[in-house]
Write a protein of this length. Structure first.
Length: 254
């Protein structure tokens, strides 16, 4: 069942999504060599609480921290720890806030210090892939159009798309229908309707698409040890097309 959102619900979601986006903006200067992912978690945790919200990941199905921090070959769901970031690393910070009974979800891959040439191209390809997916949204189209647009952009450039994780509906529940695959065929999936709110969050690997889950039962890493990047927005479907709830006013890039 897909929960279509009313205009009133969307405006509340807009507040939650704006806060999630502000967390990513706030944490940017702290992402530098020598900082631990645990410290980044604590800074985000305190910021979210100070704005009257709750970090959605904390205790969600047993997840022990307030954000996900996925470094280098970690695809997603990395658990913040005492690991220190190093120059040349990349780290995805996945932020979800729960505010006035609604969730807002966004993530971004950050450079730590000076980016390496190969990983810089990977990150920028992933950033553009997210935008290609958003641009493929058409009222009355299908969710498969989104995945197809991402896949056909990424794979000819020599990268791979992770299959095991996908975007998702969001609202009062952290995860709802529909699932938004980041690969596939145009015309597949469910019809895109006004009032839908869902995330698009492609995970793009420098090597192959295969993954494994670490013993912590959360962290997904690339099977071949290659770097992985991810970007994510929460999208509201309107009569006039996609409304990016997690893009702050005035931003033209992510």
């Amino acid at each position: 069942m897909i929960n279509l959102k009313t205009d009133e619900e969307v405006e509340i979601m807009r507040e939650s999504c704006r806060l999630a986006a502000e967390v990513l903006l706030m944490i940017d200067p702290y992402v530098k060599p020598g900082v631990t992912t645990g410290k980044l978690n604590d800074i985000c945790h305190d910021f979210i609480l100070s704005h009257g919200a709750i970090p959605s990941p904390l205790n969600y199905r047993g997840f022990p921290k307030s954000i996900c921090s996925s470094v280098n070959d970690e695809i997603c769901h990395g658990i913040p720890s005492d690991r220190k970031l190093r120059n040349g690393d990349i780290v995805n910070l996945d932020i979800t806030t729960y505010f006035k009974e609604f969730h807002g979800d966004t993530s971004r891959t950050f450079y730590v210090g000076s980016p390496r040439a190969k990983t810089g191209k990977l990150v920028e390809t992933c950033r553009e892939a997210l935008q290609r997916g958003i641009d493929a949204i058409r009222l009355g189209g299908k969710t498969g159009d989104i995945g197809h647009a991402i896949q056909k952009f990424v794979e000819p450039r020599g990268y791979s798309v992770v299959r095991e994780f996908c975007g998702h509906g969001i609202g009062k529940n952290f995860h709802e229908e529909p699932q938004i695959l980041h690969f596939g065929n145009p015309g597949d999936g469910v019809k895109i309707q006004k009032g839908m709110v869902f995330t698009i969050e492609p995970m793009i690997n420098l090597g192959g698409p295969d993954l494994r889950i670490l013993p912590d039962q959360w962290t997904a890493v690339t099977q071949d040890g290659s770097f992985s990047a991810q970007f994510e927005h929460t999208i509201h479907i309107t009569d006039n097309g996609p409304d990016i709830l997690t893009r702050l006013n005035g931003q033209t890039q992510f």
